[in-house]
Design a protein around this ligand. Structure first.
Ligand code: ADP
Ligand code: MG
Length: 462
């Protein structure tokens, strides 16, 4: 019918707008490269902040002792303790707990949020057993993974530039987040010292390097997306401090804020951005990461319902609710292997209250998920290729040198089609020869261990 054709035209329109040819991905990688240079040249030189992490030595394996780590970066936060036994024993033991953050605390006050965190941490410390206990009279040391844009002022201090990923707590912006946490820990009578403040990408890089000395960069694909990599310190014009002994400095790119005229931005992305908590910011992240993929799909479906009566004469009420379609649900529909797409049918019923869909409608929805997921995965691959180019790892002399990109995050870990598309697209960009020496590896929860390791190498007694 005419309506079906109109719905398909909307779908095809999105497909065309989402086009990511190899040529476009190469242009994006080059644009990323240009912005990386600009961000390293001067403060505020680019949308890419290219933040200096103050991490100038990565784990060696010699780290020893009991350390805590705290990871705040999305909807959950994790606390862990790990006993490090040096080169021979490595990670002797680790324990962790996960706590979810009540949504109202994500938009409340700074004290409320940090009190909640300090209290959860205190509870976790109280469960220390005999075998995982600091030595008498020794203060507990913490690596704090805080995955929001922070302007570091040292390895253990930094001010929050802005919130992302649905957090919006005005009075934290511009504050030292380590001081905020430290004050809260004092209020809760918790005697602990923050010895390293790191981004989750930096933590993952450190954790990855601990396992594999060929790790040169880390990328997170989770609720948000970001990357960090090891830069040669003398190539950072905005670094005015002494050159580190290692000659290296880890850079937290904050690549989620990347923006380029080559990005295939559709009207759905424009509307999503305009109605978001941070309009105009994190444009790359809003096309790639887990917080947004399902929402983009919902917006296209909504248009199909409104303008082409895709779900019948009326637009299902729930379809109009922003963020009601979460990315795990989208990925379940996308990866439905049943011949009659019964997972898609079940999800449509459960999420939107939509029943009685035909098989061809469900197929169209799977196709839409594929369009949105493929675009995100290919854009992420272009970003990784940009880092590889910045480090010159794509050129002749270093061809045989193995390079590992440490990947982590729920989107990468659980969304198989997204992951496979990302890995495949990166191989396309690298070409078959380079793809043998430049590889991505999944480091599950590398950032927790990484933060503990960085706490170890920056603590007072080591
Ligand atoms: P965070 O990024 O919040 O630190 P994670 O790395 O665990 O946490 O990523 C969680 C995100 O991963 C979720 O917000 C979701 O978008 C995405 N995700 C989790 N499971 C799946 C899944 N099965 N399919 C697709 N995306 C998923
Ligand atoms: Mg995380």
């Amino acid at each position: 019918s005419g309506m079906w054709a109109r719905a398909m035209a909307i779908l095809k329109g999105m497909e065309q707008k989402s086009e990511t040819s190899l040529e476009k991905l190469r242009q994006l990688a080059d644009a990323m490269n240009v912005e990386m240079h600009a961000g390293l040249a001067s403060e505020g030189g680019s949308k890419l902040k290219m933040l200096i992490s103050y991490v100038d030595k990565l784990p060696t394996g010699d780290e020893r002792g009991l350390f805590y780590a705290l990871d705040l970066g999305g909807t959950n936060f994790r606390v862990m303790r790990v006993k490090l036994g040096g080169k021979e024993q490595r990670v002797v033991k680790q324990e962790s707990a996960e706590v979810s953050i009540p949504p109202e605390l994500m938009v409340g006050t700074s004290d409320q949020l940090f009190d909640y965190i300090a209290e959860a941490l205190a509870k976790f410390v109280a469960t220390e057993g005999e075998d995982l206990h600091p030595e008498p009279d020794r203060q507990r040391e913490l690596g704090f993974t805080f995955s929001f844009p922070v302007k570091q002022t040292s390895i253990a201090s930094g001010t929050l530039i802005r919130w992302t990923k649905g957090f919006s707590i005005e009075d934290t912006v511009g504050q030292d987040v380590v001081a905020e946490l430290t004050k809260a820990m004092r209020r809760k009578n918790l005697n602990m010292r923050v010895s390293a403040l790191v981004n989750d990408t930096v933590g993952t890089l450190a954790g990855g390097r601990y396992d594999d000395q060929n790790v040169i960069a880390a990328v997170i694909l989770g609720t948000g997306t970001n990357a960090a990599y090891v830069e040669r310190a003398h190539t950072i014009p905005k670094w005015h401090g002494p050159l580190p002994k290692s000659g290296e400095m880890v850079i937290n790119m904050e690549w989620g804020n990347f923006r380029s005229s080559y990005l295939p931005i559709s009207e759905y992305d424009t509307a999503l951005d305009a109605e978001s908590l941070n309009p105009g910011e994190q444009i790359y992240e809003k096309m790639i990461s887990g917080m947004y993929l399902g929402e983009i799909v919902r917006r296209v479906l909504c248009r199909m319902a409104e303008e082409a009566s895709f779900f019948g004469d009326t637009v299902p009420e729930k379809l109009k609710i922003p963020f009601i379609l979460r990315t795990p649900e989208m990925s379940a529909m996308h990866q439905d292997t049943s011949p009659d797409l019964k997972v898609v049918a079940a999800k449509l019923k459960a999420i939107f209250g939509i029943s009685n869909t035909s098989l061809r409608m469900r197929k169209a929805i799977v196709e839409l998920c594929d369009i949105v997921s493929t675009r995100g995965a290919r854009l992420a691959a272009a970003g990784i290729f940009g880092i590889v180019k910045k480090l010159g790892r794509d050129s002749g002399e270093v061809e045989k040198q193995k390079s590992v990109i440490a990947l982590d995050g729920g989107l990468y870990e659980h969304y198989t089609k997204f992951r496979e598309c990302m890995v495949g697209s990166l191989k396309e960009l690298l070409g078959s020869e380079l793809a043998e020496s430049i590889v991505v590896e999944h480091f599950n929860d590398g950032s927790g261990i990484g933060a503990a390791l960085l706490a170890a190498s920056n603590c007072l007694f080591q």
